[in-house]
Design a protein around this ligand. Structure first.
Ligand code: BCO
Length: 569
């Protein structure tokens, strides 16, 4: 009855925590608020199964939980009850068929196919720690991830299975390979048929809120990507009232988040956010990014909210001369890279819909945002979202006054807030490096104004943010070094009108290649990088130089090259 009263007043059923409080402590009890840390939390049983129950009782509308489409006219629509059934079966596939256990690591490298959602929820049900990766990864990237994480299993498609097989013998911990495909492959289990044959009866683990749930790989200035490990608290935070204010989703909403399945943005925007609110997750397979398909999709389907990196909005604006007045679109949110005020204004003029900004990292999830309905200050990241206390700090962790440039810091002492990562897996040194006084130091430079709005300025280190991808220069330099033409290289970010920033490589050639045609060599080197590591990292700009700027100890001065690119020298 309470839910119906809420529905008649607000137009939607209350979010799951409301039910939990009612059921735990009776009517009138305090519900989870921004600062609660319940001992146990599990997104599958506390949220997904809640909405399945609402459906069963006729207390949720007919919208599907997951609505997947592709360019060939195929469509999948699953209700919450079907999601519950399928994810319980998938949980049994992992534990019964594959023998995986709570705490084991599972690499998840799938494109936007419905099984991606099944795998994640099944992992949450079983306590298996899932590790999403982009389908752009190549054999070497996969090898590194499997080895460093000691992954016991991997789920992927036909396209990447050969890459996995080419390195599997070097991964002693790997014992389960699951294929999502209509075809079979030797040495691989067929995930789809196993799901069909497994039992839908499964008892979800009682996970502690601070037990590990997921690992996101994230790039830094040096070395290979680090493993940012998150607890179930990351999912709990999405239920907190302050976080619900970002998008203010209702059960009738249809949210399309375009992030690649490898990033934390996809986990938040395509799963946690919409399902916490009982909304529909809309997915277009979109194997190749094509702004025209995005525009057509926004016209064709009743999508009410869209979440994507700024480059996606830029590319839509740039490509399309036709009308962008989408019939059902009400709200747009963006994050992952810097957005210019004029781009925000252009989107509003063309679509009639405001574009709100949010900011976060793989280590923190969303930290700041312009909440729906809050005053937009064009170009600003918005304000801190509790329970996070965000401050601009100096290199010692001292809080700086408004309008002073510093690093974006998230307070982690004396209390580490729910949602902040647990640390870099197996890397206490790197974990300690990002702790700065009482804060987690994001390495992003910014200011905060007197009203508490944050303004992004750039990175403090050499990390490149190209169209929302965080790229470590060393990863690209290592790939270039494998080519015989490259004596040495320095990779930095360079401005770009569409992608915000792109990767630029300064290359010193080996003597044998000095006489080669430069345009041809550029293409060859770009192709080479695309073939040995995830292609989004390839240098879109290449400049051949006779030497690189160095310190007296021989360290390459990337900052000097970067400053030149941005016209600061
Ligand atoms: O530009 P090119 O055509 O020369 O090359 C592109 C692709 O065509 C190519 N490629 C892709 N897959 C390949 C492949 N080549 C060979 N084999 C494959 N399997 O490689 C290049 C990849 O670059 P891209 O992905 O940037 O290209 P694209 O297709 O133009 O995509 C544009 C965007 C905007 C859709 C894409 O850059 C994008 O998705 N950006 C957003 C990233 C994102 O979601 N970031 C959020 C991270 S999470 C976070 O920040 C925390 C927030 C709380």
């Amino acid at each position: 009855v309470l839910w119906d009263i809420h529905k008649s007043r607000c137009g939607f059923y209350p979010a799951p925590q409301y039910l939990r409080c009612q059921s735990l402590s009776g009517a009138g009890a305090a519900r989870w608020n921004d600062y609660d840390t319940p001992e146990e939390f599990n997104f599958a049983s506390d949220v997904l199964d809640y909405w399945a129950q609402m459906e069963k009782e006729g207390k949720r509308g007919p919208n599907p939980a997951l609505w997947w489409v592709n360019n060939q006219g195929d469509e999948v629509k699953w209700s919450f009850r079907e999601m519950t059934d399928l994810t319980r079966r998938a949980a049994n596939v992992f534990t019964q068929t594959c023998g995986l256990q709570e705490g084991d690591h599972l690499a998840l490298i799938l494109p936007r196919v419905p099984e991606w959602w099944l795998v994640i929820v099944a992992c949450i049900r079983t306590g298996i720690v899932f590790m999403p990766g982009t389908t752009q990864l190549k054999a070497k990237d996969i090898l590194y991830r499997l080895q460093v994480s000691k992954a016991k299993g991997i789920v992927t498609t036909d396209t990447l299975a050969p890459e996995v097989d080419s390195v599997a013998s070097e991964c002693p911990a790997l014992r389960t390979k699951l294929l999502v495909s209509d075809h079979s492959r030797k040495g691989w289990l067929d995930f789809r048929s196993l799901i069909r044959s497994e039992s839908p009866v499964h008892t979800c683990i009682k996970s502690k809120t601070l037990d590990p749930m997921a690992i996101f790989f994230t790039s830094g200035t040096t070395g290979f990507p680090k493993m940012a490990k998150h607890s179930h608290g990351l999912a709990l935070r999405s239920i907190f009232p302050s976080c619900r204010k970002l998008l203010q989703l209702k059960t009738s909403d249809v949210l399309w988040c375009l992030s690649d399945t490898g990033w934390i943005l996809a986990f938040g925007g395509s799963l946690l956010e919409p399902w916490t609110a009982g909304s529909t997750v809309f997915v277009h397979h979109l194997p190749q990014f094509d702004p025209k398909v995005i525009v057509q999709t926004l016209f064709k389907y009743p999508i009410t909210q869209c979440f994507a990196a700024p480059s996606v909005f830029r590319m839509i604006l740039q490509q399309s001369s036709a009308s962008l007045r989408f019939p059902t679109l009400e709200h747009c949110c963006t994050g992952g890279e810097a957005l210019l005020p004029e781009e925000q204004e252009l989107w509003r003029r063309q679509t009639g819909v405001l574009l709100y900004q949010a900011y976060g990292q793989s280590e923190t999830g969303t930290t700041c945002g312009t909440l729906r309905g809050m005053k937009i200050k064009p170009g600003s990241l918005g304000k801190a979202i509790p329970p996070y206390d965000i401050q601009i700090i100096d290199d010692k962790g001292n809080i700086l006054p408004p309008n002073t440039e510093g690093n974006i810091g998230v307070r982690i002492k004396p209390t580490r807030p729910i949602g902040v990562f647990m640390g870099y897996e197996s890397n206490p040194v790197k974990t300690a490096e990002v702790e700065c006084g009482d804060f987690y130091n994001s390495g992003d430079r910014a200011t905060v104004d007197a009203e508490g709005y944050f303004w992004f300025l750039g990175r403090a280190d050499d990390v490149i943010n190209a169209s929302g991808y965080r790229i470590g220069p060393a990863e690209v330099e290592n790939a270039l070094a494998e080519h015989p033409a490259v004596a040495e290289s320095a990779v930095v970010s360079s401005p770009d009108p569409i992608r915000g920033e792109v990767v630029k490589a300064f290359i010193v050639l080996t003597p044998n290649f000095l006489s080669r045609d430069r345009d041809q060599l550029t293409k060859e080197l770009q192709q080479h990088v695309k073939s040995v590591t995830a292609p989004y990292k390839y240098p879109r700009k290449v400049e051949f130089v006779s030497e690189l700027p160095k310190t007296i100890t021989g360290k390459i001065k990337r900052s000097e090259l970067r400053k030149k690119e941005f016209g600061q020298m």
